[in-house]
Design a protein around this ligand. Structure first.
Ligand SMILES: Cc1ncc(COP(=O)(O)O)c(C=O)c1O
Length: 384
């Protein structure tokens, strides 16, 4: 199945074209998608946007964090850090757990200071972080909680959908994600005040903006496809989860490829499958493994980013505004954190060992064939 664009997508697109209203309009496709996605995730409000990156940035903008404030982020991807920098905040990276690759609440607790105004937790590769614990910390310290949900449509933590623990959850409809509209995003929130601010102040709808943001609207054509794709989502998710299970099964008996731990509180949504190389403990060569995997034609990607996000120049060298150290050494910032000095050793270790395979946009027959190839490579490593 992988992706299907069919009659409903075309019917919806034709309706938009016939209306000659391609841009956002009250009660149009975007409004319908706002409502449908919020209902699907069990949130009160949905707010569609043109990408998750802009959604995350807007979430920071509305959080109240700004110059001189710290925003806690995790280090395996850079999107949270970029969103924080975009609104002149200092991104403060905290480490993840080795078994889940997700933000470690104990590290969050250590990182909180009186300068911490917001936190962006990435629910990475189909799995939610320990959202209840992170939310408790945020509530205790009055920190605005943003969930990066780009990878977790359909994932839950303690039975509640991703994105409903934070003040705002931000989902992506970019090409490679669970639901694809080319580009696009929906933010969800249970807070009426945030919904009002985002819908009434950002686009000259009668109220002038009280905070800095830009127009990040979704258009009606994108929402027309999004609505049709959301209807298909249960079938997609079933397939993605089956793909994920096939890869898990392929390494189940291997002592040196470590499966990702799925906590019992979590329901994973198949997105990217990952495992960690631990063959060195058994005296096996990673290079040899890569060689054999390449011979078999397994499309693993390794070290999907070379190093943790805080080492990226935009954070480490403060090149964001082409002005030395701005905004990290902002005169309004009274704290002492600098990303250049931050230590996220667990993230660094994961990045050196992680092997990834996509489970979205791939035909199940191909997944079955790849799973068989993985088993062959494991056998060859153990017998050659
Ligand atoms: C974890 C994560 N957050 C945010 C984004 C940004 O999403 P978008 O491409 O919709 O801007 C991505 C994109 O790949 C992502 O992987």
């Amino acid at each position: 199945m992988a992706r299907i664009f069919g009659d409903t997508d075309i019917k919806n697109l034709k309706a938009v074209l016939a209306s000659k209203q391609l841009g956002w309009r009250e009660g149009g496709m975007v409004t319908k998608l706002d409502e449908a996605f919020a209902a699907f995730a069990g949130a009160k409000y949905g707010i569609c946007r043109n990408s998750a990156m802009t959604g995350l940035a807007q979430a920071v903008a509305i959080s109240g964090a700004g110059c001189g404030d710290e925003v806690i982020c995790d280090p395996l991807v850079h999107f949270g850090g970029v969103a924080a920098l975009s609104f002149n905040c200092v991104p403060k990276f905290v480490d993840v757990k080795y078994d889940t690759y997700l933000m470690d609440p104990a590290e969050v607790e250590k990182a909180i200071t009186r300068h911490t105004k917001a936190l962006i937790v990435t629910n990475l590769w189909g799995l939610c972080a320990e959202l209840d614990k992170i939310r408790s910390l945020c509530r205790k310290h009055k920190i605005f909680m943003i969930e990066d949900c780009a990878h977790v449509i359909g994932a839950t933590w303690k039975g509640k959908h991703a994105g409903t623990y934070g003040d705002i959850g931000v989902f992506s409809f970019q090409q490679g994600k669970h639901i694809c509209t080319g580009d696009g995003c929906v933010m969800i929130t249970n807070r009426k005040d945030l919904h009002h601010k985002l819908y009434n102040e950002w686009a000259f709808r009668g109220e002038s903006p009280s905070f800095l943001t830009l127009n990040f609207r979704m258009n009606e054509l994108t929402a027309a496809v999004g609505l049709a794709q959301l209807e298909r989502f249960p079938d997609y998710l079933k397939e993605y989860n089956e793909n994920l299970a096939r890869y898990n099964e392929a390494i189940a008996d291997c002592a040196w490829l470590r499966s990702r731990t799925i906590p019992k509180q979590a329901e994973q949504a198949g997105y990217i499958w990952a495992c960690l190389w631990e063959g060195d403990k058994q005296g096996l060569s990673y290079d040899r493994f890569k060689e054999l995997a390449a011979e078999e034609g397994i499309p693993f990607y390794y070290e999907f980013t070379e190093r943790p996000a805080p080492t990226f120049p935009v954070f480490r060298k403060s090149t964001a505004y082409h002005h030395k150290d701005c905004p990290i050494r902002c005169p309004f910032y009274k704290g002492s954190y600098t990303p250049a000095k931050s230590k996220t050793p667990v993230a660094a270790k994961i990045l050196k060992r992680v092997m990834l395979l996509p489970v979205v946009e791939v035909e199940p027959a191909k997944v079955r064939a790849t799973a068989a190839k993985i088993k062959r490579v494991i056998k060859r490593m153990e017998t050659d």
